[in-house]
Design a protein around this ligand. Structure first.
Ligand SMILES: [Zn+2]
Length: 290
């Protein structure tokens, strides 16, 4: 009889993956902690802030993102706030199913009336929701319970959809995040001139790490310790662009992408933070000084 020999290391790797898959699953943040999920939706953005019983969703990927199923595991009761950064389908397409599935209290968007079917469907879903609908403008504060986000962009909108992106600064304790949507260098320059741009720890890199965003000047003010870009492996845009990865490396940021890491979850108690990645097989922990 022929013996099938499986090398020990392969067994160990398989075990590690199986263990990790279990370990990765569905833990609500502990009391006093929040988790920020950079959800792998392929080519698109979807970010969940989970503070236990309060949740905020920023974008929902495209129509086929499966975002509502992902949220099922984390949303307790209402999904308090949904923020749509701008009218492109890779950000708002998935929000229609979210609005159908969950009771949402506040919806924020850039206010630009785009003529695409995706946008028209999104607005129809917003109107059917019965939620408060707000247009986000620079200086606005979006808040619920202990969470508040400062709107840094837009100041005004135009047919340049990416630069309409709602850009948000979010502070939890001493840990600062920035969520940029698809804002490009034009918005970055406008934000810099507003003097509202903070020094941060964690950056959601603008526009899927396209070279059209992340100017050296903008990054030099933000100086993030961790930079997360969101895109799909082998996407037709060539994201992430090499120049952007180089610019992030030049400021000393640790860079993670949903293309290689899958979903990325950062948990923080307001002083330190921990980063977990879905792939390849492990999680890692980073501690920062307060
Ligand atoms: Zn996009």
């Amino acid at each position: 009889m022929k013996k099938i020999v499986i090398p020990l290391f392969l067994l160990l790797v398989a075990f590690a993956i199986a263990f990790y898959a279990v370990n990765y699953a569905k833990e609500p943040p502990a009391a006093g902690e929040i988790s920020v999920h950079f959800i792998d939706v392929g080519q698109g953005d979807a970010i969940l802030i989970d503070a236990g019983t309060t949740e905020i969703l920023i974008d929902g990927g495209d129509k086929s993102s499966g975002i509502a199923d992902y949220l099922d595991s984390y949303v307790d009761g209402n999904l308090e706030i949904v923020i749509a950064t701008h009218a492109h389908a890779d950000h708002i397409g998935g929000l229609v199913s979210v609005l159908e599935r969950f009771q949402v209290e506040q919806i924020w968007y850039d206010g630009y009336q785009h003529n695409s079917k995706t946008f028209i469907d999104f607005i129809a879903a917003c109107e059917a929701e019965g939620a408060e609908i707000h247009i986000a403008r620079r200086g606005d504060v979006i808040s619920i319970a202990e969470l508040s986000l400062l709107v840094l962009n837009p100041d005004s909108t135009s047919s340049d959809l990416n630069n309409n992106s709602v850009v948000l600064a979010f502070r939890y304790g001493t840990v600062d995040f920035m969520f940029t949507g698809d804002a490009e260098q034009k918005s970055e320059a406008s934000m810099l001139s507003s003097f509202l741009v903070p020094d941060i720890e964690i950056l959601k890199v603008g526009h899927h790490a396209s070279r059209t965003a992340s100017s050296a000047e903008f990054l030099s003010v933000l100086t993030p310790e961790v930079a997360i870009y969101m895109c799909e492996t082998g996407n037709s845009y060539g994201h992430p662009h090499r120049e952007t990865l180089d610019a992030l490396a030049a400021i000393g940021a640790q860079v993670y992408g949903t293309d290689t890491c899958g979903t990325i979850v950062i948990t923080t108690n307001g002083k330190t933070y921990q980063i977990k990645t879905e792939k390849p097989y492990g999680s890692m922990t980073v501690t920062t000084a307060s």
